[in-house]
Design a protein around this ligand. Sequence first.
Ligand code: NAD
Length: 478
Amino acid sequence: MHVTIFGSGYVGLVTGACFADVGNDVACIDIDRARIDRLNGGEVPIYEPGLAEMIGRNRRAGRLSFTTDAKTGVDHGEVIFIAVGTPPNEDGSSDLRYVEAVATTVGQLMEAPKVVVNKSTVPVGTADRVHAILDRELRARGLDLTHDVVSNPEFLKEGAAIDDFMKPDRIVVGSDTAHGIEVMRELYAPFNRNHGRMLVMDVRSSEFTKYAANAMLATKISFMNELANIAERVGVDIEHVRIGIGSDPRIGYSFIYPGCGYGGSCFPKDVRSLERTAAEAGYDALLLRAVEAVNDRQKQVLFAKIATHFGEANLAGRTFAVWGLSFKPNTDDMREAPSRALIEALWAAGARVQAYDPEAMGEARRLYPEQIADGRLVLCENEDEALRWAAALVICTEWRAFRAPDYEVIKELLAEPVIFDGRNIHDPERMAREGFTYYGIGLGEASTPPALHTQDGYVRGAVGAVYSDGIAGRAPAS
Ligand SMILES: NC(=O)c1ccc[n+]([C@@H]2O[C@H](COP(=O)([O-])OP(=O)(O)OC[C@H]3O[C@@H](n4cnc5c(N)ncnc54)[C@H](O)[C@@H]3O)[C@@H](O)[C@H]2O)c1
């Protein structure tokens, strides 16, 4: 099939590459000339495992091309995907100007019937708006061309996007016309061989399904973070609780990891947009508001722990090592990343930051040129360099490389052996044995090395403390 994709970002590029990889002829369009030039020069502007190879392979095979020329794109595709950004407006609603711009362009340029597919995450009713725009533009040109508007929300996860696209859990298609459904069935057939994964529904339900999925996942995270905060105050180890509840198949283990909050380009904006949809329909979405509020507060938890440990007034002039800038591992995406809330709070308190991330350094350079220029942010070559002379290590992203570091090296390079772990990737008992003062999320008080033990031999309320006789064990809660 001839497929055109408007928007060559995370979703557009993965969609384009995967459709080309199964034999379709795909044209990717973007208004960002620099981005298209890089793609045509063989560079891939985002980091996504396996994507560069897939794009290279399909470009060489002549099945994948990149251009800024909308006319070429509209002529090329019998199916036209809209995969542009839908950022939040001030009030949390979705800014649909990019989606509407593509619909306008298609309406102004189409010379033959088209199936237009909304892959961007868009509020209920957007397909109707796209339809109306196409009608308006065609009418203005005195043309009467068939155009189906289909909703096909994307569920890929950054960091595992290719796998998610090639082996989807489900392919949601919302269409009010038989032709739209038929074309989508044909296009997705190669991804649907093993068993039927396509879920066909009406357009509005399909649009809503995407928000429902993200709101559910965000709710699980905020729920667990809320419990972690309570656990911390009553001497409970949330990691035991996580396993205790995750073993119930009705709850499950995924998305119940306590941490320093969710970020990224989807959960924050999609929860807010759904809240707005509800508000516009006259309904106060209490739970969604709480999910968002809990997350906003959670992004401050690491800073609060740091301020308590050092004393907020003593942060000025200190340097902190930050490992992990991307909002999650295996991506360079820093949109709404918890690392940003932390770093910005440290700067506001007068501290400096030395940071390292395996993939997001370019993005950090783009976001914080001023702070780099005046020395508030130093981007380091590797993990070790970030530690040198820092007052403490703060872990914001659970990259695999941060899971089993050389603890001796960390101790040697840090000014003080203190770790704030925003993802609970280290074992508090081991940390205490290694001589660190270690703060996790929801683990009770910090676990501290033996030197700091109280007279009765253990640290009250600490999880994973080492008893004064040197035997590791879980200290009783005070
Ligand atoms: N990133 C994800 O993990 C993910 C997952 C599922 C759904 N989504 C949704 O998919 C949509 C796209 O997200 P993304 O992360 O790929 O965004 P992105 O910001 O990475 O990419 C969007 C691209 O669209 C381009 N663009 C804007 N206007 C255009 C126009 N008129 N014509 C052509 N190109 C245009 C931009 O230049 C940009 O390159 C959003 O609605 C998002 O919510 C994202």
